[in-house]
Design a protein around this ligand. Structure first.
Ligand code: IPE
Ligand code: IPE
Ligand code: MG
Length: 269
């Protein structure tokens, strides 16, 4: 029997949710929010109008994920490489937008019992943005539902550099490099995501087929869902469609199909 439809889903979301197996929802979903600039260009608007319109997509996606009880959602909001963007006004617009988003969304995050945290080199962000980030994190710290992680000034390669440095520092504190312990579990414990399970599903909008330096270690066995929808048009219903696609996949982790007398499950559906 199907579980009941969670409260708060709209009709279209409920239709897709009914096709899902509530016992096999991903525990962690990561999203590369892409296509804001193209959305704006198609409307003959400045690129920043696309970023502004992307906020509604964030709100809808976050609320739907929380309503269906996804334990963790991670959104790629600003990469280390995004500082390269010119004119610089696009970057300052994004920083202001982020500050405003944090201020205005905290009540909604609290209503939905969502705990906010960040990954990325926070200390390199403008001070006012850092203060606002800290404020929002503290304001939601008591929540016990979904963990929403914003990747800000994030780079997966920098994260690995920071992890290796942190391992060496820890060894030095524990009596020297002879105490350096390197295995997969130890590396995971020194990544920014140490408190999170690896994502089961990574979504990228706007049709681009690349990871753009996002969670390279953690996505080793994630299922990849690319949709042509541009980020400002993405809504909770599209997230549910991504989860429906995820549930059709068979994750093999290098092993064999559970029914290995048959061709791979992906070919069956
Ligand atoms: C994603 O949209 C938002 C950020 C990277 C901050 P883009 O700004 O990359 O949009 P496109 O790829 O140019 O369409
Ligand atoms: C990835 O998008 C970064 C974020 C979504 C924040 P980009 O638009 O920056 O990636 P590329 O440049 O197309 O790889
Ligand atoms: Mg882009």
């Amino acid at each position: 029997m199907r579980a009941t439809i969670p409260a708060g889903l709209d009709r279209k979301e409920a239709e897709v949710y009914e096709r899902l197996d509530p016992d096999r929802l991903p525990k962690h979903i990561a999203i590369i929010m892409d296509g804001n600039g193209r959305w704006a260009r198609r409307r003959h608007l400045p690129r920043v109008a696309g970023h502004r319109a992307g906020v509604a997509a964030v709100r809808s996606t976050v609320e739907t994920a929380a309503r269906i009880h996804i334990p963790a959602l991670t959104l790629y909001a600003f990469s280390e490489e995004n500082w390269k963007r010119r004119p610089k006004t696009e970057v300052s617009f994004l920083m202001n937008l982020l500050s405003r988003y944090l201020k205005q969304e905290v009540p909604t995050l609290n209503q939905n019992n969502i705990r906010l945290q960040y990954i990325g080199r926070q200390h390199e962000l403008p001070e006012q943005v850092q203060e606002r980030m800290q404020w929002a994190q503290e304001a939601t710290a008591g929540n016990t539902g979904m963990i929403l992680t914003l990747a800000l000034n994030y780079s997966a390669r920098s994260e690995m550099v920071d992890a290796f440095r942190s391992m060496i520092d820890a060894a030095a504190r524990n009596g020297g490099v002879q105490h350096l312990e390197i295995d997969e579990e130890a590396i995971s414990r020194h990544l920014y995501t140490k408190h999170l399970p690896d994502p089961d599903l990574v979504v990228r909008t706007s049709g681009e087929m690349r990871l753009s330096n996002f969670l390279l270690w953690q996505l080793a066995y994630a299922e990849i869902y690319v949709t042509s929808t541009l980020w400002p048009e993405f809504r909770g219903v599209h997230l549910l469609e991504g989860i429906a696609e995820y549930q059709k996949r068979e994750r093999r982790y290098g092993g064999l199909s559970t029914d290995h007398t048959q061709p791979a499950a992906a070919a069956r559906s």
